[in-house]
Design a protein around this ligand. Sequence first.
Ligand code: ARG
Length: 579
Amino acid sequence: MACFFRRSIAAKLGRALQQSEDVFINALSAVPVFKKQSSPVFKLPITVLQSSGILPSTGDIQQQTENLAHQLHQDSVVEEISAGPGVINFKINRKLLVQKMVEPFGGEEDDKFGLNSELFKDLKRGTTLVEYSSPNIAKKFHAGHLRSTIIGNFIANLKQSLGNNVIRMNYLGDWGMQFGLLGAGFGQFGCKEKLKQNPLQHLFEVYVEVNREAEHNEDMKEAARDFFRQLEHHESEAVSLWKQFREITVDEYQHVYKRLGVHFDVYSGESFHQDQAQTVVQLLQSRGLLKTSERGTSVVDLSPAGDMSSVCTVLRSDGTTLYITRDLAAAIDRKERFQFDEMIYVTDKSQANHFQQLFQILLALGHSWADRCQHVPFGLVRGMKTRSGEVVFLEDVLDEARARMLHNMRQTKTTKELENPEDTAEKVGISALIIQDFKGPLLSDYKFDWERMLQAQGDTGVFLQYTHARLCSLLERNEGAQADVVDPSLLLEHTSLNILQHLLRYDEVLCQSAQDLQPRHLVNFLLKLCHLIALAHRELPVKGSSQDVAQARFRLFRGACSVLTNGMKILGITPVDKM
Ligand code: ARG
C-alpha cells in the first residue's frame, strides 16, 4: 500500500538527514497519473523541508535538491532517485507496486482500504457535531438547503470514516413569526384533511395566504403577533398546534431524507432554545457585555475599539430573542450535552458574518471551545427549476431527477432489464445532483443544469454509477477468476500500472478533503479513476485470457471497484450494481 512506499522513502531521508523518518511521511506525495507516463513516482518538494527547518531556508533550492538527491541511494524498493525543479523524485519498483497495491483486495477488508493510512495519524479524532440541512418549517426549501444537506452529509461521512464519533444534527427553523402567522391563519385558510395528505405543501400554501392577507389586514397582523406571544408563553393550545405542524413536517422530511440517503441523529431546532436564549442574555448582562442601543434593543459591542461601530443585536426592544440569541444558547447547550471536540455548521456564505459573530460572542463569554467551531460556507445555486417551475420542495427536485434519469435510461438500448428501474433512476439521478454540486470549490456559485449533470459521458455522477455498475457486472460474470494469490508480473502494462499508481493517491486525497472539508478532491480522484477503468475495460479483458492473467486482472478490477464504491459512499452516493 501507499504507506509501505512512503515509509521506505522516509526511512532513506531520515538516515541521510539524521531525522526521525516520521517527519517526511506527510511531505511525500504520489505523482498524479498522466497519459504518457507510467512510472510510479513519489515526490518530495524541497520547500517543505525548508519550511519545517530540516534544511536551511536560505540557500539555492536547486542546489539543495541536487545535493540531497545525491546523498540518497536506490535499492530494491526505490529504483531511481532524481532531482527535478525543486523536487526529488522517487521511482518505485513496478512489480513491487503491483504486489503491494493488489494485496489489500484479496481478503475481506476492501472497505478499509486507505483509511488506516499513516497520513491520518496526527489527525485529531474525537466527537464531531455536524449541523446541516436545517430547513425552516412552512417556508420554502431552497437550493441552499439542498446544498447544506448533501455537503453536511459528506463531511459527516468523511469524519466518520476517519474514526471520529459523529453526531448528525438538523437544526430546524421551527420558531419565529411564521408560526404566529400560521397559527393565526390556519383556522381561516387551513384544512386538516389537506394537512394530512400533503403537509409541507399545505403549510406552505397557508403561509403564503396568511402573509398576503397580513399585508393589508392589520387585524391579521395583530392576531399573528398575539399567537406568537402565546407560543412564547407556552400556552397550551398554541403549543399543541405548533407541535402538530412541527411533527408532521419532520415526518415528511425524514421520508425525503431517506430518499436522499441522508439521516440525522438529532432533530433539534430553534424552538428548543427559546428559554435558554433569555438566560444567555442575562449572562451577557452579568458579564457587562450587554449595551442598550438608541432604538432600545440590547446589543453586544463587537468592535475592536469598543466604540459600538460594530454591534450584534441579541434582544429586540420588546424583549424577544433573535436568531443569533438562539444560536448562542444552542451552541452552549450542545457543548454540555454532547461534549463535542469540534462543531461544524454548514450553510450558504450569506451567513458567514452571523457565524463569525456567534463564535466571537461565545469567546467573549469565556467559551474557549468556540475556537473549535467552524462554519463551512458554500456559494449560491442559480436556476434550480423543475419542469413545473420554481422549486419549493426538496421532493420536487428528487422527483424530477428521477423522471429525467428514467427517461434517459429508456433511450439507451443497453439498459438491462432492471427489477426496479425507478429505484435505480432515483439513485443515479441523486448522484448526478451530488457530483454537479461537489465538482468545484464549495464557495463558488454555480448554475444548475439538468442536461449537463445527467450526461452519461463526461464528468458526472451518472458516469460514476455507470462505471460502478459495469465493474460489478464484470466481477459477477467472472467470479471464477477470483484467486487468493495473483502474479504481480502479469499486471505490468501501462493501463494496469496507471490504475494502481492512481490508487496510491487515495489516502492523500482523503487527507486533503479532511483538511479543507472540500469534496472536490475526492470527486476528481474518482472521476479520473473511472476514466482509467474505461481504458482497462477495453484493453484488459478478463474473459478469454489465460487463467493466471484473468485472475490478476480480476483482482485489479476488484480493487478499482472497491475504492470507487468506498469513495462514492463517502460522498453520500449509493452505488448501483446495475443500470
Ligand atoms: N434555518 C436556517 C436557514 O434556513 C439555517 C440554520 C443554520 N444553522 C444555525 N445554527 N444557525 O437559513
